[in-house]
Design a protein around this ligand. Sequence first.
Ligand SMILES: C[S@@+](CC[C@H](N)C(=O)[O-])C[C@H]1O[C@@H](n2cnc3c(N)ncnc32)[C@H](O)[C@@H]1O
Length: 212
Amino acid sequence: MIRLEELAKFIPPYQKIADIGCDHGLLIKKAFSYGITFAQAIDNKEGPLEAAKKNLGGFCDAVEFSLSDGLSNLSNKVEVIILAGLGADLAIKILDQSKEKLKLIKRMIIQVNKNPDKIREYSKNIAFKIVSEKIIFERKHFYEIIVFEPGERDLRPEEILFGPCLLQKKDTLFIQKWKEEYLKIKDWHQKKNIQKKEFIENYVLKGEKNAN
Ligand SMILES: C[S@@+](CC[C@H](N)C(=O)[O-])C[C@H]1O[C@@H](n2cnc3c(N)ncnc32)[C@H](O)[C@@H]1O
């Protein structure tokens, strides 16, 4: 469970979290080994919340379980919200529905299953800036974890696609991910793919060629 571990690592120094779409509750379980003292486990379906209650049985005093939609019932104790394993559109909808609640939040840790660029693009609407990013690979999938804190940061189009911190670092997984994405582009003439192709060639493949 590299993904859950890597998500939990971004919680400190904060100690009070909410996991939106907590499902099995395993991220919260992991978060206890990173020093949290309070967690709100939020899910809008009974089945997942029941599974979370079972998995978090040993931490009952420190966990509040909420059967609710997105951030609608967010506790005002919460410092860090985590949205992981959701679709980008759903994550954006959840944030957009509760902009007021975000004003109390010190950090957001977001990992969507596809199109993390949509989250980066959206973040300017809620005045959150990217402070850290990490790319991970688990069970044949690349995942991008994006950490936001209140503030402003202008992002260039290529930073929205690749992630400003990931682009700066260009680690091995990053290069691997974008080489694979490049091979997956089938329709080279579609407008969104023209720019993507150009960016991958300029920011990923060109550097590779120079390095060889
Ligand atoms: C794919 S699971 C992700 C589980 C976990 N966060 C992870 O990263 O492994 C998505 C969970 O989000 C819940 N969910 C979907 N829409 C939601 C919403 N609007 N509010 C709260 N939970 C939601 C689903 O019921 C499901 O348990």
